[in-house]
Design a protein around this ligand. Structure first.
Ligand code: R2B
Ligand code: URA
Length: 283
């Protein structure tokens, strides 16, 4: 291609100098909502001591895509990915190409998210060491040209351990490593009974949650499968760090007050920030 239009990012290799704009990126941090990602960009700016040029403010680089939000703070690129595998998959295609056009070498990708815990109280931080689908299969399946393409959903285990080592003993919550189940739906797909429809019983649901728990699954969310599969396929080191909003063995509804949820959502951000600040100090 003489030019590549990264349509959902409102960027292009012909219209933008992508090396000049993104050539110094080392970390790509993704999270579901534009607000959380904007907050993270401000937070990481403070943590790494990055100063914006006088009189300027942080700008959403992809604002005219009306799809995703993107902020750049020195070597840290923060992007919202929306909800679910299709949304994060489209974004990953374009961000992986963006890294290629910008000639970035060995970036590290993080997903900073929320999830439902299984046997973990709300506010627990979970670092995924493996992602499986709702059938407990460790790969992403995608129909391509009428055939099912399979890509292993592998995460970097050493990176997961390095992140776990950054949890502080005095943190007032647990940080654990385990298997993450990634589903195509928040309600029926995660065994919830509080959707518009439900065609199973409380017993069916509890049997399923206990069964997946026994195989090592400790949390459920909606993007890790694609995130792990596409970064692994590209040879990019990546990690998924999510905070639990509830214990699914105790219920379906997210009942914690907004202020509590906001505080919990800072926890994965703090862990990633500890990793990034230490990495930059070592350099
Ligand atoms: C976690 O939270 C969202 C659903 O509420 C989804 O994007 C996910 O993975
Ligand atoms: N996100 C999910 O996908 N599931 C939950 O239970 C909570 C957040």
């Amino acid at each position: 291609m003489d030019q590549d239009i990264l349509y959902h990012l409102a960027l292009g290799s012909g219209s933008h100098d992508l090396v000049e704009m993104f050539g110094d990126v080392k970390f790509v941090c993704m999270g579901g909502t534009p607000k959380r990602i904007e907050d993270f960009a401000h937070f990481i700016m403070k943590e790494i001591g990055h100063k914006l040029p006088a009189g300027t403010t942080l700008l959403d680089i992809s604002q005219y895509s009306y799809r995703y939000s993107m902020y750049k703070v020195g070597p840290v690129l923060s992007i919202s990915h929306g909800m679910g595998i299709p949304s994060v998959g489209i974004l990953l295609h374009e961000v992986i190409k963006l890294m290629y056009h910008a000639r970035v070498k060995d970036p590290i990708f993080f997903r900073i998210g929320t999830c439902g815990g299984i046997g973990l109280e709300g506010g627990t931080v979970v670092i995924s060491d493996e992602a499986v689908d709702g059938m407990l299969k460790p790969y992403l399946e995608l129909p391509v040209l009428g055939k099912l393409l399979r890509r292993p959903s592998k995460l970097d285990r050493q990176l997961a351990r390095d992140l776990k080592a950054l949890a502080h003993r005095e943190d007032p919550y647990d940080t654990v490593i385990g298997k993450t189940m990634c589903t195509y739906d928040f309600y029926e797909g995660q065994g919830r009974m509080d959707g518009a429809f439900c065609e199973f019983t409380e017993n069916d649901k509890m049997d399923y949650l206990h069964k997946v728990h026994k195989t090592g699954v400790i949390n459920i969310e909606m993007e890790s499968l694609s995130f792990a599969a596409l970064t692994h396929h590209a040879g990019i080191k990546s990690a998924v760090v999510c905070v639990t909003l509830l214990d699914r063995l105790k219920g379906d509804q997210v009942l914690a007050p907004k202020e509590v949820l906001d505080e919990w959502q800072m926890r994965p951000q703090e862990l990633i920030s500890r990793y990034i600040t230490r990495y930059l100090q070592r350099k």
